[in-house]
Design a protein around this ligand. Sequence first.
Ligand SMILES: NC(=O)c1ccc[n+]([C@@H]2O[C@H](COP(=O)([O-])OP(=O)(O)OC[C@H]3O[C@@H](n4cnc5c(N)ncnc54)[C@H](O)[C@@H]3O)[C@@H](O)[C@H]2O)c1
Length: 351
Amino acid sequence: MISKLLEWKTNEALAVGKGATVQQFVATVGDKRLEIDVAPWGEGHLKVNGREIAHIDDAKDRRQAFRDIKKIAERYIEAHMLKPETKSTSPMIPIVKAKLLEGKKGLIVGIANENSIAWGCAKAFRAFGAELAVTYLNDKAKKYVDPLARALEAPIVMPLDVSTPGQMEAVFERIAKDWGKLDFVVHSIAFSPKETLQGRVVDVSRDGFLTTMDVSCWTFMRMAHLAEPLMRKGGTLFTMTYYGSQMVVKNYNIMGVAKAALECAVRYMAAELGPKGIRVHAISPGPLSTRAASGIPEFDALLDKAKAKAPARSLVSIDDVGVATAFLAHDAARLITGETLYVDGGYHIID
Ligand SMILES: NC(=O)c1ccc[n+]([C@@H]2O[C@H](COP(=O)([O-])OP(=O)(O)OC[C@H]3O[C@@H](n4cnc5c(N)ncnc54)[C@H](O)[C@@H]3O)[C@@H](O)[C@H]2O)c1
C-alpha cells in the first residue's frame, strides 16, 4: 500500500508566523522529500524535492485540501518511484474536481480490457461523477472487466453478448428496476467474422454481411429503442465509428459499410428522438491499438499514417476519446445532436 509508505509528519521547523495559518507535512520515500502545505481556506501545494508538482485552491477546508493533495502524492509515488513489481496493478480513475456529470447514470457497453475505447469513456464519465452500469461479453471476458468495474464502483455489472437473445433486454430491465432512469449509453462494440472483414466487399457472403451489420449497427438502434423509455428527461446515446465509413481506407473493407450505416442511423435517430430531449452521436476516433483493431491487417501502417498526416501530428488516446464523449453528455451540449465527432487530431480534414 502506497499510503503505508508515505508517513506524513508535521514540519516542526516551520516558522511560527507561517505555522499559524499554513501547515506543512513532510514525508520521505527513497531520495524524494515530499512536502504538503495546506491553508485553512482550502489551498494546498505539493512539492517534491523543492519543486511544486501540484496545487489546488478549491477544497472546502484545510482537512479536505490535505486529503486531496495526499492522494495526488500517492499517485505521484506510484507512477514515478515504485519498481514495477511493487506497483499496484489496480486501474485508476483520474481525479477531477468538477463533477460535471454528478447525478447522471449511464450504461457502458464494450469494455474488453484496459485498452478499450469504452474503458476510456467509462473513466472519463466516472471521473466527472456519473454512476455507471457496465457489461462484459462472457465469462472469459469477465476476469478482465471485473477489476475495471470495481475501479468504476459500478453498481450494475452484467453479461452482454448482443448475439444471445434476451441479454440486452435483461440489462435494460435491471437498469429500469435499480435506477428507474438512464441518462446516457455508450455503445462501443463492433464485430465482423475474420473472412468477411479481411476479404473484398465485393465477395462478402450474406451471412457475413448480416452478422457484421447486426452486431456493429443494429444493436445500437436496439439499445436506443430500449433506452428511450428510460430517458424521460432526455439523455444522450453514443456509438463509435471510424473514418473508413467516408473514405476507402485500406483493409477496413466491410466494416466501412457498417459504419456508414451506423452514422446514418445516428442522424435518423437524432431526428426522431430530438423532440424528447434525447441526443444521438457517433464518435469517430483516430486509430487506436485495441483488440478489435488487431483484426485489421497492417494496422501499424494506419497508425504511422495517422500520426504523420494529422494536423496535431499525434495519435489519440482512449482518454482523449473519453473526455470528448463525456463533454457531449453534459447539459451544456444540449443543442448538439446527430453529430459525427472526429477525435482524430484533425486527420479527416486533410486531403
Ligand atoms: N480501435 C480503433 O482504431 C477504432 C477506431 C474507431 C472506432 N473504433 C470502434 O470503437 C469500438 C470499440 O472498439 P475498440 O477499438 O475499443 O476495441 P475492443 O476490442 O476493446 O472493443 C470491442 C468490444 O466489442 C465487444 N463485442 C464484440 N462482439 C460483441 C457481441 N456479440 N456482444 C457484445 N459485445 C461484443 C467486445 O467484447 C469488445 O468489448 C468499435 O465500434 C470499433 O469499431 C475503433
